[in-house]
Design a binder for this molecule. Structure first.
Ligand SMILES: NC(=O)c1ccc[n+]([C@@H]2O[C@H](COP(=O)([O-])OP(=O)(O)OC[C@H]3O[C@@H](n4cnc5c(N)ncnc54)[C@H](O)[C@@H]3O)[C@@H](O)[C@H]2O)c1
Length: 326
């Protein structure tokens, strides 16, 4: 007997690392239907075909309300009900300090994360109320809690998602509907490569290559895997968690309890090795991004307090010397 026998789920971001692993696990655990929504059609379709007739892929751009509504409707039309909605789609959003973030990119990132999680709830609640049961799972992040773990609009959205989930839990408990968030830590998926703006294939490679770096960051010395988050989602979707609502489950190997200090030279070496393992086109994109970042730091140096400026310059010179050696 599976933990999700007879249940129907919608998973967004289902073609990517965490969503794909969760779709697979939900089917393995007996889900009667999984609607897989994403904009990465090639991977989404391929995965759904592999998973068999209980999985259906639908192109679902979560920044579009009509797309979210269509995915919810498809679940009900094909499988007769909707038990679990896992709003998980995401992208890294634009990097940079507050003054540098383009306003339209800010809006787009909030739309993909926070607004989409809201819309997934808004359009599923009437169905779940009629059923007298339902379960929302949202993907937040460690970036909701600490600076330096994600871009500005990403971190803000992930923090907002936690409060949205808590509100939903309180508002919907009387209808038999639960809502919980998951806050993943460093999970080896394509999202890191996407942050560098490289190709999908390159991003999947980066997911593998990042494992060494991710393993060093937290108490549990291995990279987080999509399956770690999928297992958490399974628990929250199943009846095993029937008295749990409004929580944020951290799946971070202990990262938020204390980040392990890194040797900057080792980190740089790993970074260089990773870049060298990519295709030339992706290497070029990453190098150009890094150069833009360095240019911005150089421009801002004059505004930094002199004693701190000295330290930064020395560190950059050491890094540059090492890069020239390798
Ligand atoms: N990997 C990590 O370390 C980590 C940490 C914390 C939180 N998260 C969150 O986990 C979730 C899943 O990310 P992942 O790590 O599996 O990365 P991923 O890049 O492998 O998967 C994300 C998926 O979302 C899809 N997507 C992006 N924009 C979309 C849109 N507008 N509409 C529909 N789909 C869209 C992408 O195509 C991709 O398939 C995201 O919300 C991410 O923010 C990831």
């Amino acid at each position: 007997m599976g933990k999700l026998d007879g249940k129907v789920a919608l998973i967004t971001g289902a073609a990517g690392g965490i969503g794909r692993a969760t779709s697979k696990l939900f089917i393995k655990e007996g889900a009667k239907g999984v609607v897989m929504g994403d904009i990465w059609d090639e991977m989404g379709e391929k995965t759904a075909i592999k998973l068999g007739p209980n999985a259906i892929y639908l192109h679902t751009d979560v920044s579009q309300e009509s797309n979210i509504k269509a995915a919810i409707d498809l679940a009900v039309e094909k499988f007769g009900r909707l038990d679990v909605v896992f709003s998980n789609a995401g992208n890294p959003g634009p990097g940079g300090a507050i003054e540098d973030v383009p306003t339209d990119e800010f809006d787009k990132t909030v739309a993909i994360h926070l607004r989409a999680a809201f819309l997934c709830m808004k359009h599923s609640i009437p169905i779940m109320k009629k059923q007298g049961s339902g379960c929302f799972i949202t993907t937040s992040s460690v970036a909701a809690f600490q600076h330096g773990m994600g871009t500005l609009p990403y971190s803000l959205s992930k923090a907002g998602i936690i409060q949205l989930t808590r509100i939903a839990a309180v508002e919907l408990g009387i209808y038999g509907i639960r809502a919980n968030a998951i806050a993943p830590g460093g999970i080896a998926t394509g999202i890191f490569g996407q942050a560098f703006g490289i190709s999908r294939n390159g991003a999947e490679k980066v997911a593998e290559l990042m494992k060494g770096t991710l393993a060093e960051m937290q108490a549990i010395r291995r990279a987080g895997l999509p399956e770690d988050v999928a297992n958490a989602a399974l628990f929250l979707a199943s009846d095993s968690s029937s008295f749990i609502t409004g929580v944020t489950l951290k799946v971070d190997g202990g990262l938020l309890s204390g980040r392990i200090p890194q040797d900057p030279e080792e980190s740089q070496e790993r970074w260089l090795e990773m870049i060298q393992a990519l295709d030339p086109e992706d290497q070029k994109i990453i190098t150009e991004r890094a150069q833009e970042g360095i240019k911005k730091i150089m421009e801002d140096l004059k505004y930094i307090k002199p004693e701190i400026r000295e330290k930064i310059i020395k560190r950059m010179q050491r890094f540059a010397a090492r890069r020239n050696e390798t």
